[in-house]
Write a protein that binds this ligand. Sequence first.
Ligand code: SF4
Ligand code: SF4
Length: 485
Amino acid sequence: MDRRKFIKYAGLASGSLALAGVSAGSFMAGRSKDSYTGWGRTPYGKDQFFNRVPFLVEKPTYQVAGKPERITYIENIFRRNAELYRLLINRHPEGLKWDKSQGIEGLPEPLKTYYTNHPSAFKEFFRAREKSKKQRANWEKYKDKYHLAEAWSRAHSSFLRGPAPFPVEPTGPPEEADYKGVNPNPLPLKSSEHGSKLIKKIAHSFGATLTGIAKIKKEWVYQGTLRGVGQVDFEVPKHWKYAVMIAIPHEWESFYTNPVYGTSYDAYSLLRFISGKLEVFIKEIGYSARSHVPPGQYDLVMPPLGIDAGLGELGRNGILITPELGGNTRLAAVSTDMPLLEDKPIDAGINKFCKKCKICADECPSGSISFDDAPKHVIRGFKRWEIDQDKCYTVWNSVATSHAKGCRICLAVCPYSRKNNWIHTFAREADSRDPTGLTSKAMLEMQKNLFDYPGANEYLPPPDGNNKTFGKPPDWLLTEEWFDI
Ligand code: SF4
Ligand code: SF4
């Protein structure tokens, strides 16, 4: 770097350091719910817009370390656990039988091979079940205290219990299902550029905070099961050309009070509606469409597609971190053959920041997040920080409001997961441009000194911890504020 540039960057960094001393109040105000997260600047300046243009890069920021491979459904913890659970309770859809006494040896494929290669995951499944049983029995003890949080979560997950979940699940092969309801007389689209602009506008009008477009590479398509068809190995359908990626945050106040007052389902339910409506819209204008939505209705892997679509980078905690929403980024997608232009990925220094930060690893109650300085773990041809999904799942089952809501501490504590104000806007913009590393150092010091981190075990119920939350619960989730308990 030449001297002039260095002085400029050093000035910027020392400016950040000076600001650090006087801005604690504003920094804390980043937790305020009164700021707006949106796509583009708002006239009143309280938005969470991040200008990606200076950070566009030619190659995605995940590290290719071998031959990219498709993920089989059995590598997804929820699908794997669901499969094992169905066998355990003797409700396998294909009538397969298995008894726990038969062990890994007696399991049908592909579970048998998976657990033979990952025996600790098999053990962890039963450990999680034990925790879950214990916590369900403990629920009596907590149900009054978390009465409101429970009602709030159940309201959000109710869409799963209805007679017709939305969006409607595909039936039949994609070549049929994705074309059901497609307008047979579409108008000619002016260009792919028009298509991209239009679809992003529409996605925002339906409630998406961020949208981006990625080409669907075959390594981002699950193998071994296909919605609408069943368990089958399949070639990626030719009409799965683009993924329109949609991102939204959780409600911020409850998000900060994970694990016990938060839920995944507030964001999940909204994503399902946004994605479902986008699917209908795309079909209405004449193209195939299929929603890929939480909690498990995916044929595509979300985080790498989010990276390809320029939404953000993969964090140490294994999730997509975006400059606007940080770890408070939940994803869905609509795959389509509509003519679109793919977005470029970004490198806004998030991955670099993760190398120093490690806050999520410090706070994780299961010790699932790697402390390695740089990613070392190679999975399906890509290098990333290792996450022990099975231990993580056990903590989901261990927290006081475990039965439906999970943990999400690593999302809430992430320094990128902050509501906007001038200092957060400054930090995002300055750190992404500061090659000296001084800004990130200052920001990290501020994070560690100005925010209270209870410590990994404290989030767990007694005797291991004290049901602590990262932030202070909002009064609307405090049962004791509204009910006599
Ligand atoms: S969700 Fe909780 S247990 Fe799982 S990795 Fe994050 S902090 Fe750890
Ligand atoms: S908490 Fe720190 S290390 Fe973890 S994902 Fe966020 S920035 Fe990266």
